[in-house]
Design a protein around this ligand. Structure first.
Ligand SMILES: C[S@@+](CC[C@H](N)C(=O)[O-])C[C@H]1O[C@@H](n2cnc3c(N)ncnc32)[C@H](O)[C@@H]1O
Length: 205
């Protein structure tokens, strides 16, 4: 099955093309500021994911949020877990600025940072995270398979990836994560009262 139109890779490619043609660079520049103003409505999701992330992170763990946007989720996790180091990644320069400012309020300069990068080529070393989250971002990734391979590369043995995605695209994401070597399960997402799926992907210890 290839990325031109067959199988789940083709479905993802078509979804991504539709999103791009409709929204373009919606997360760059002013678009990032507009998203920052309105994304408070996602607070219930961020709160629920933060609670799960806090439970999954080992003592002194390393937490990574990809497609972090304005950084609401990593700021919540950092506030709840002063023992963990927190890294955010986003492909939008303005999102990186917004997230870095939000995270710094909680972490200071010591244990929090946000870096510019694409999920398909993360500027991070192998096995650098015990827990990775990606919330409502994978449908924006042009190269989903490359992103899944990068998730696998940066997740430490015994670590986990928690993904929140719209239900339809979540099926493609789950299959792609399996192909990348994860053991993938679906968690109960009804707590959100929203039409999102929550996937948990684990790396064997
Ligand atoms: C809908 S926003 C979600 C932001 C955040 N996760 C949240 O829950 O508020 C999607 C984010 O993914 C980022 N993004 C899109 N494609 C990306 C990629 N290939 N690599 C990293 N980040 C990406 C966008 O810049 C944007 O900040």
């Amino acid at each position: 099955m290839d990325a031109r139109g067959h199988g789940h890779a083709g479905l993802h490619a078509r979804l991504h093309a539709r999103i791009q043609s409709r929204f373009g660079d919606m997360f760059e520049g002013d678009g990032a500021d507009r998203y920052d103003e309105h994304h408070r409505r996602l607070r219930p999701i961020h709160t629920a994911v933060a609670r799960r992330a806090v439970a999954l992170l080992p003592a002194g763990g390393r937490y990574l949020d990809i497609g972090t946007g304005p950084g609401a989720l990593p700021a919540l996790v950092a506030a709840a877990r002063p023992d963990v180091t927190v890294t955010g990644v986003d492909v939008s320069q303005r999102m990186v600025e917004l997230a870095a400012a939000r995270l710094a309020v909680v972490t200071g300069a010591d244990r929090g940072r946000v870096v510019l990068g694409d999920a398909a080529a993360l500027p991070l070393p192998d096995g650098c995270a015990d827990l990775v989250t990606a919330v409502l971002t994978t449908h924006h990734w042009q190269h989903l398979a490359a992103g899944a391979a990068e998730l696998r590369r940066v997740t430490a043995p015994g670590g986990a990836v928690l993904i929140v995605e719209v239900r339809g695209p979540a099926r493609h994401v789950a299959r792609t994560l399996r192909q990348a070597g994860f053991v993938v399960g679906r968690e109960n997402a009804w707590a959100y009262a929203l039409p999102f799926a929550r996937l948990i992907a684990r790396v064997p210890a």
